[in-house]
Design a protein around this ligand. Structure first.
Ligand code: PMP
Length: 367
C-alpha cells in the first residue's frame, strides 16, 4: 500500500494532518459553529427558482466577475454597517476559506510570512502552509485578549507580509477592540507595509459594530466575511471580502477563471433577498448565546466573553476527556486543542438545553 510519505509531497506537508472537525452522527451537533436553523421554506423555493433559471445557461461559463452578486453583497454591507462600499470594493469566493487562500496567494507565498494571534482560527495557519507562506504564531494574554504591545513588538520584529486579526475570535469568542485593530494596522504599516486581514466571519453575532468603517483611508486593510454563519448557509460555500478596489484587482491575478459556479451565484443571490428573515434568526441565536454564557457560569464553569455564535468554556484538567463525556450524552462540542477549554456552538433552545444538561452532569462528576 502506498502511503502519503511514499509520495514526493512538498517537505512542509510531510507528517501534517488535514483540517478535520469530526462529522459524527449524533443527536445534537454543536461543534462547527453552524447555524442550527434550516433555511425558511420561502427561501428554499426562491433558490429552486433561481437555480432553475441558471440551469438553462449551464452550457455557458458563469459570470466570471460575479457582478450582480458582488453588487448585492456591497449593498448588504453598506446597509448593515453604515460604511458605503460598492462592487469595486467587494470580492467573493467559495467560502471565506477560499478568500483567505486567494489573499495569501496574492500577498503571501514562498519567502513571505503571515502572523496570527493564537489560539485563533486554525485554517489561517493551514492555508499559510498550503500556499507556502511562513507562519508566525503571535501571542495572546491568558484571558485570550490580544496583548497589543506584545503584538506590536512581534510585528516589528518579524515584519510579516500578512497580519490576521480574527474578530470575534474563533475559538475563544471574544471581539478585538477597534483601537487594538487600528494599533496593529499602524504597526504593520510601519514595519513593512503589510496587508491586514480582519476576519469577521462572526461579525453579525457581535454586541459591537463591524470594523468595516476602518476601511476608509486604509488601503492595506481587508475585511473578510462569510454567508456560512449569519446567513445559515454553510453548505453554500460563499465568502467575500471588502477592501480597497486595488486589493480586489490584485486578487484577480490568482483566482481561477469562473471559480464561482452559476449555481452558487444564483443560490447566494436568493439568500440575499431574504436577509431580513435570516438576520432575525441571528437575533435569536445571540440571545441563546448569552443564555449559554449565563447558565454555564451559574453551573460553575469559566466562560470567555463571547461576541460570536459559540462559547468557550472550561476549565478542565483534561479537556479531551470532558469532550468525550459530553459526547457520551449525545452532544458533540469542539475540542480545539486549547488546553483546558472546549467550545460549544449556540444551537436551538432545545439543543442548548440538552447541552446544558450534559454540562450539569459533567460538573457533578467533577465535584
Ligand atoms: N473564518 C473564521 C474565523 C471561521 O471560524 C470560519 C469557519 N469556521 C471561516 C473563516 C471559514 O468559513 P467559510 O469558509 O465557511 O466561509
Amino acid at each position: 500500500m502506498t502511503r502519503i510519505d511514499d509520495l514526493p509531497v512538498r517537505d512542509e506537508l510531510r507528517g501534517k494532518s488535514p483540517y478535520g472537525a469530526p462529522q459524527l452522527d449524533v443527536p445534537v451537533r454543536l461543534n462547527t459553529n453552524e447555524n442550527p436553523y434550516p433555511l425558511p421554506e420561502a427561501l428554499v423555493e426562491r433558490i429552486a427558482e433561481r437555480v432553475r433559471d441558471a440551469a438553462r445557461n449551464l452550457n455557458r461559463y458563469p459570470d466570471r466577475d460575479a457582478v450582480e452578486l458582488r453588487t448585492r453583497l456591497a449593498e448588504y454591507l453598506t446597509k448593515t454597517t453604515g460604511h458605503e462600499v460598492g462592487l469595486a470594493h467587494v470580492w467573493a469566493a467559495n467560502g471565506s476559506n477560499e478568500v483567505i487562500q486567494q489573499l495569501l496567494q496574492t500577498f503571501g507565498g514562498p519567502g513571505r510570512t503571515a502572523i496570527g494571534f493564537e489560539p485563533s482560527y486554525s485554517m489561517h495557519t493551514l492555508i499559510a502552509r498550503g500556499t507556502g507562506t511562513g507562519w508566525i504564531s503571535g501571542p495572546r494574554n491568558d484571558d485570550f485578549t490580544i496583548d497589543v504591545a506584545a503584538a506590536e513588538r512581534a510585528i516589528a520584529e518579524h515584519r510579516p507580509d500578512v497580519v490576521f486579526v480574527t474578530t470575534p475570535n474563533n475559538p475563544t469568542g471574544n471581539a478585538v477592540p477597534r483601537e487594538s485593530v487600528i494599533a496593529l494596522y499602524e504597526a504593520a504599516q510601519a514595519a513593512k507595509p503589510s496587508i491586514v486581514v480582519v476576519d469577521e466571519a462572526y461579525a453579525e453575532f457581535s454586541h459591537g459594530d463591524s470594523l468595516l468603517p476602518l476601511l476608509a483611508g486604509r488601503p492595506h486593510l481587508v475585511v473578510s466575511r462569510t454567508m456560512s454563519k449569519a446567513f445559515g448557509a454553510a453548505g453554500l460555500r460563499l465568502g467575500y471580502l471588502a477592501a480597497d478596489p486595488a486589493v480586489v484587482d490584485a486578487v484577480q491575478l490568482v483566482r481561477l477563471p469562473y471559480h464561482l459556479s452559476a449555481v452558487t451565484q444564483a443560490t447566494a443571490l436568493a439568500a440575499l433577498e431574504h436577509t431580513d428573515t435570516l438576520l432575525g434568526y441571528v437575533e435569536q441565536l445571540k440571545s441563546e448565546r448569552d443564555r449559554l454564557v449565563v447558565e454555564l457560569r451559574a453551573l460553575g464553569y469559566d466562560v470567555t466573553e463571547s461576541d460570536a455564535n459559540f462559547v468557550q468554556f472550561g476549565r478542565f484538567d483534561d479537556a479531551h476527556a470532558a469532550w468525550r463525556r459530553i459526547l457520551d450524552r449525545g452532544v458533540l462540542v469542539r475540542d480545539n486543542g486549547v488546553p483546558g477549554w472546549l467550545r460549544v456552538t449556540a444551537g436551538t433552545p432545545e439543543e442548548n438545553d440538552a447541552f446544558l444538561d450534559a454540562a450539569r452532569e459533567l460538573k457533578k462528576e467533577q465535584n
